[in-house]
Every structure is written in C-alpha cells, then in structure tokens.
Design a protein around this ligand. Structure first.
Ligand code: NAD
Length: 382
C-alpha cells in the first residue's frame, strides 16, 4: 500500500504524523512510504532521515494522493481536493465536528479519528489524547513560568528568601496530572480540583493538595462518577460550591492552570472575571481549554482569548490552543507511534489481500469501530 505523509498546513502546526522510526516499520511491512519534502523539519527531522528510513521524498500532491494518508490535523479543503476518493485517512479529525466529518465523507474517504479510541488498556498505546495532553500539561507549566515575574521554587539566598509559587490546577485528567508533576519539579506549592473523586489519590500522590468539594446528593455522586473515564456535566448545586472553594484558592494563587473538559460539550466555566480581579498583580492563568468554551467564552476562564496572550486586571492570560506543537519533536514521536499502533489493527499483513480501501476494517473490533468516522461517502461515527 502507498502511504503518504504530507507536511501539515494548519498555521502553527509543527508536528508530523510519521517519524523515521515508524517509516522503517511501514517499509519493513512492505508498504511504499511517500513523505512530502520538509514534512518533518519543524519537528527536527530532516528529509535525509526519512530517506534513510526507506521513504521516497515527494511533493504535496503525491503525498496526498496516496492510498493511505497519515495526518496530524484534519485536512483543509485544498488538501481534501488533492486526496483520492476511496483512500484512507488517519489523524486527529475532530470527531465531534459534524460539518468536518461531512466534508470527509463528501471526499469519499475512509477516515479514522484517533481521538475517538476508547479509554481501554488495549487502546492505551494509540491514545493520542493522552500522549498529546501529557505534553501539553508539561508545557503549560513552562509557559506559565515564562510569563510569571517570580521564581517557582522557594529559595534562600544571601540577599533574602524567595517564596515558592502557589499553583492551582483545575481539571486533573492527563494534562492536569502532568502539570502538577511538572510544577512540583519546579518547586511550587500546588492545589488541584476535579469533579471526579477518583482523582484525589493521584493528586495527593504527586505531592499536591486536593480541593475538597463534598458531594451532598445522589445526583451529584452519580454525575461525579463520569462515563468511560470522562467527566459528565455536574449539577449546578455542586458547581456553585466548587466555585466558592476554587475562588478562595485562586485569590491566593500565583499561577492557575485550567484543563477542564467534557467530551462533546463546551468546556465548563470555572474562572470568572471577579476571580481574575482577585489575583495578585503579575499572576498568570494558562487556559488549556482555550478554543473549547461555550458561545462567547473561549475557555475555562471568561477572559481567555483563544490563540492569544492578553492582560486583564494585571494578570497574564495565556490562551494558546496548540501547546503540544511547542514540543514538536517529542509530540511527533509519540503521535507517530500512536498512529503506527492503530494501523496494526487495520493494515493487511504482507501477502494478505487488501479488503475495502486496502484496509481490513473489522467492525467487531471496538477500537476500529470507535475510530471509524466515514466510509463509502457516509458518516459512520458510532
Ligand atoms: P479530559 O481532557 O476530558 O478532561 C480534563 C479533566 O477535566 C478531567 O479530569 C475532568 O474530570 C475534568 N473536569 C471536567 N469538568 C470539570 C469541572 N467542572 N471542574 C473540574 N474539573 C473538571 O480528561 P482526560 O485527560 O482525557 O482524562 C479523562 C480520564 O481518562 C482520566 O481519569 C484519565 O486517567 C483516564 N484515562 C484512562 C486511560 C485508560 O484507561 N487507557 C487512558 C487515558 C486516560
């Protein structure tokens, strides 16, 4: 099968969907790999490394017209136009964006969105949400430290003592846990909040304090259990009490990192303008939900502006929407392995007759069925 790896065209996207390591494995399985010249440069991978791994270096049109195209982001309209009807596509394709899926179906692609893989043990090595959120969580702390006009660690120097930074992390999934671990390594004092009670132990094991908001009704307890490892919207009664507890911590904080998301829904609003105004001059908020908030709000904080760094009430608000792209080499290395691991489920073994779209699509396989977004001109999303 001819596998194409185009250069990503979205502004600011530095990642690439295959590395020399994974290219070698595709070539060893007797696939022909075509990498667009320059596709890996922003991730620190020269063309020569792909050539040495056995790939042919081609132009965009040739990479996009392959039987199977590996992408990081959903193809733009001009990229879709260059793809073959009946070809297969694997990438992060925004499974909740119906209009985007219609475009993929309209282009006649068999498209797999890796974000839709279930959170199961078998799917762990192809879980792009985890691999990229982990990187984003790490980078969020470094970005905060960059904007924060003080030290993170407590320091005792001849010129006097410097206090440790107080960091509040809101939402403790994969990104939040890595943010806690990274802030801890930098010497900060950390508190964290999440709707899911199972998180408390993880927070405490990383040396941070869990912001306790007890559940008072069965409805609250049930909602807090979530679904499939993900959060569900919490009843307003609990959110109101959480707001009071979080507001107290935010007012004391030097840095707030928000990561709260609910799959398929707008990100919850956790930081109000009053909370921002209560923070000390020079404090920093990094809003990792930037670009995912409800209508009129960009992230978990009402003052976040997606894609921008802004100041409000003397606080710096960071609304970067693609933190993994700022760690391009490792983000690509992990993403490319996720893609390779997924493809093991659908690529025919050498010598096997390729089925539909050249792939064997076993809908009995829960991972394949969950990731399949479009096929034969139709949306197949489960
Ligand atoms: P996510 O990115 O969907 O959400 C981030 C966090 O925001 C979650 O912890 C969520 O509970 C929290 N949140 C939502 N609403 C909130 C609110 N109002 N206030 C505070 N926090 C709020 O989550 P994720 O990082 O994708 O992880 C979800 C879960 O899945 C985690 O428990 C993770 O450990 C688990 N997981 C399991 C596997 C596996 O078993 N293979 C793999 C990856 C992740």
């Amino acid at each position: 099968m001819r596998i194409g790896i185009p250069l990503e065209t979205l502004v600011g996207e530095t990642r690439v969907a295959a590395t020399p390591e994974t290219v070698k494995k595709y070539v060893a399985a007797e696939h022909e790999v075509c990498v667009q010249a320059g596709a890996g440069l922003a991730a620190g991978i020269p063309d020569a490394a792909y050539r040495e791994a056995g790939a042919a270096l081609v132009d965009a049109a040739s990479a996009l017209s392959a039987d199977l195209v590996l992408k990081v982001r959903r193809p733009a309209a001009e990229e879709l136009a260059a793809m073959r009807r009946g070809a297969a596509l694997v990438g992060m394709l925004d499974p909740f964006d119906r209009a985007g899926l219609e475009q993929l179906a309209g282009a006649g692609l068999t498209a797999f969105a890796l974000e839709a893989a279930p959170r199961t043990t078998r799917a762990q090595n192809m879980d792009v949400l985890s691999s990229q959120a982990n990187i984003a969580g790490y980078k969020s702390v470094l970005v905060a430290a960059e904007h924060y006009p003080r030290f993170f660690p407590m320091l005792m120097t001849a010129a006097g003592t410097v206090k440790a930074a107080r960091v509040v992390v809101l939402g403790v999934g994969v990104a939040g846990l890595q943010a806690i671990a990274t802030a801890k390594r930098l010497g900060a004092v950390i508190e964290a909040s999440d709707v899911r009670p199972s998180v408390r132990e993880q927070v405490e094991s990383l040396g941070a304090r869990f912001i306790d908001v007890p559940y008072e009704t069965d409805e609250e307890r049930e909602a807090a259990e979530g679904a499939g490892g993900y959060a569900r919207p919490m009843p307003q009664s609990w959110l109101d009490r959480q707001k009071v507890e979080v507001a107290r911590r935010v007012a004391q904080a030097d840095v707030v990192i928000t990561t709260a998301l609910i799959p398929g829904r707008a990100a919850p609003t956790l930081v109000t303008e009053d909370m921002v105004a209560s923070m000390k001059l020079g404090s920093v908020i990094v809003d990792m939900a930037a670009g995912k908030g409800p209508a009129g709000i960009d992230g978990n904080c009402v003052l976040t502006e997606a894609g921008r760094v802004v100041q409000a009430h003397g606080v710096t608000l960071v609304g970067e929407t693609n933190l993994p792209a700022r760690v391009a080499a490792d983000a690509s290395a992990l993403y490319a392995r996720n893609v390779f691991n997924f493809l093991r489920l659908v690529l025919p073994a050498s010598g096997e007759t390729p089925a539909q779209a050249g792939l064997k699509i076993d809908l009995e396989d829960d991972i394949v069925a969950a990731c399949l977004m479009t096929q034969d001109g139709q949306i197949r999303r489960k």
